[in-house]
Design a protein around this ligand. Structure first.
Ligand SMILES: *Cc1c(COP(=O)(O)O)cnc(C)c1O
Length: 480
């Protein structure tokens, strides 16, 4: 293949049973079952006499799950430029580390017998603190959103300890929805900050929004348009001048890794989406982890437990004015272990290289697509506009070209937004394939893209019903 061949989009057929209108892979319980008698000491009214259970051989089972994976699209199928969410291939060595039997010892074991685990947790606290320019890090929160909530609770504990009763959290309108939810759940009124014409924070609007009521400003930097907040030092000063704290949403840390640190920009609290920035396959709600970093002033308030050195070893303890528990035991420990393995393998040079490639890839892809990109210059992600096309139709159609679509319709300051983040893991040829898919869809008429996807195992599904009326049990249970 020559490079030019990449201008032509590849087309794609997803695996499916072609002779079945209801194209699907039967559930295990629909394939072959066996009636099993139940002999239980529980009261009769709580038990059944017998149960139909799947009865399959190992190869049947292996084929079932392989087929299901072929009917899906994942980070191991091809490019997955889901902006802000940062979906990227996760190196398998981190799974080997997490699968080590020593990693899964019972969390109630004595501290003396889990010194190795505590050491890794301590070192990860230190590594993340160094990467973010923070003084202390808790590993407890199990997701980015949980990190935000924890971080805002820390801000509240800090203000309350100063006898300072504040009621508002300021958040730019381009922020992720979880920012608004976290602030509201922590009991604050949310003040939404309109963006300036260049897509960044409007410092005049910020001045008007800040007051003695401001507990914190939550900021993503680069923001969700991929734009670096050039006025960040001034913004930090403005927030601190009214006694507020500056919170960093770390979901876009990929753009800065090894090159710039939120702590150095004046942020007081931040979370890390370790499943986005480092390694862990995520999506569909988990698994992940959202460690939170803070400056010294806030370290007394960190969740219980925290890990520290003691007598040549390591111990868990409850910080002096801890906000309490935000998760059981050691947080999402195996996800944290994968993070540690990833950081250790890449080293500082590797991390800096990852962010450089993430930014280069986004800029290269942007230069190859025909769409309008209203804001720039951007870092690791950009938001293109689908123009007259419906971004949701564009997204579905891209699957027919064998690529995962970008994040759509957000942030809404761009019409029919296509928020695109190719990540550092793609090479030029894959980016060219992605660009060819973007451009092919861009040139198609509404009728074609409204029918899409045509070549996937499942056609267009009813997303609203799936979200509002989920059927989480196997049909046989519903029928009983
Ligand atoms: C993903 C994301 C979050 C939330 O993180 P989760 O780990 O999904 O809970 C917050 N902010 C931004 C900008 C994000 O992209």
């Amino acid at each position: 293949m020559t490079d030019d061949s990449a201008d032509e989009p590849l087309t794609y057929e997803q695996a499916r049973w072609a002779n079945d209108d209801e194209v699907y892979e039967p559930l295990l319980s629909e394939k072959h079952t066996q009636r099993v008698d139940i002999d239980s000491s529980l009261p009769d009214e709580l038990t059944r006499d017998s149960l139909e259970l799947p009865d399959l051989s190992e190869p049947q089972l292996a084929r079932h799950y392989t087929r299901l994976s072929e009917m899906n699209y994942g980070v191991e199928s091809g490019p997955f430029p889901l902006g802000s969410c940062t979906m990227k291939y996760n190196p398998k060595f981190t799974e080997d580390v997490a699968a080590h039997p020593m990693a899964s010892v019972h969390p109630d074991r004595s501290e003396r017998s889990v010194q190795g685990i505590l050491e890794v947790q301590y070192r990860l606290q230190e590594q993340l603190a160094r990467i973010g320019g923070m003084d202390a890090v808790t590993l407890q929160p199990p997701a980015g959103a949980a990190g935000e909530f924890t971080g805002i609770l820390l801000a509240r504990a800090y203000h309350e300890s100063n006898g300072d009763d504040r009621s508002e959290v300021v958040i730019p309108d381009s922020a992720h929805g979880t920012n608004f939810a976290s602030a509201a759940m922590a009991g604050y009124d949310v003040v939404s900050l309109p963006s300036a014409d260049d897509g960044r924070v409007d410092t005049d609007a910020l001045a008007a929004a800040l007051s003695q009521e401001t507990a914190a400003l939550m900021l993503t930097n680069p923001n969700t348009l991929g734009l670096f907040e050039r006025d960040i030092v001034k913004i930090a000063e403005m927030v601190h001048d009214v006694g507020g704290l500056l919170y960093y949403d770390g979901a876009n840390l990929n753009a800065l890794l090894g090159r710039a640190r939120p702590g150095d920009m004046g942020f007081d609290i931040m979370h890390y989406n370790v499943h986005k920035t480092f390694a862990t396959p995520h999506g569909g709600g988990g698994p992940g982890a959202g460690p939170v970093g803070v400056t010294d002033e806030l370290a007394f308030f960190l969740p219980d437990p925290h890990v520290r050195r003691s007598n040549g070893g390591y111990e868990r303890y409850k910080p002096e004015h801890s906000i309490g528990k935000v998760h059981g035991y050691d947080g999402n420990w195996l996800v944290l272990l994968k993070t540690y393995a990833y950081i250790a393998r890449l080293g500082d040079e590797g991390l800096a290289d990852a962010s450089a490639k993430a930014v280069l890839n986004a800029n290269y892809l942007a230069s190859r697509i025909d769409h309008e990109i209203p804001f720039g210059p951007f870092h690791h992600e950009f938001v293109a506009s689908a123009g007259d096309q419906d971004a949701a139709d564009v997204a579905k159609r891209m699957l027919d070209y064998g690529v995962h679509p970008p994040t759509t319709k957000w942030p809404d300051i761009v019409d029919e937004a296509l928020m695109t983040e190719p990540t550092e893991i793609e090479g030029k040829r894959t980016l060219d394939q992605l660009a060819a898919a973007f451009n092919a869809v861009h040139g198609e008429d509404a009728a074609t893209i409204e029918r899409a996807p045509e070549r996937t195992a499942a056609r267009r599904i009813d997303q609203v019903s799936a979200a509002r009326n989920p059927r989480l049990s196997w049909q046989a249970l519903d029928d009983e």
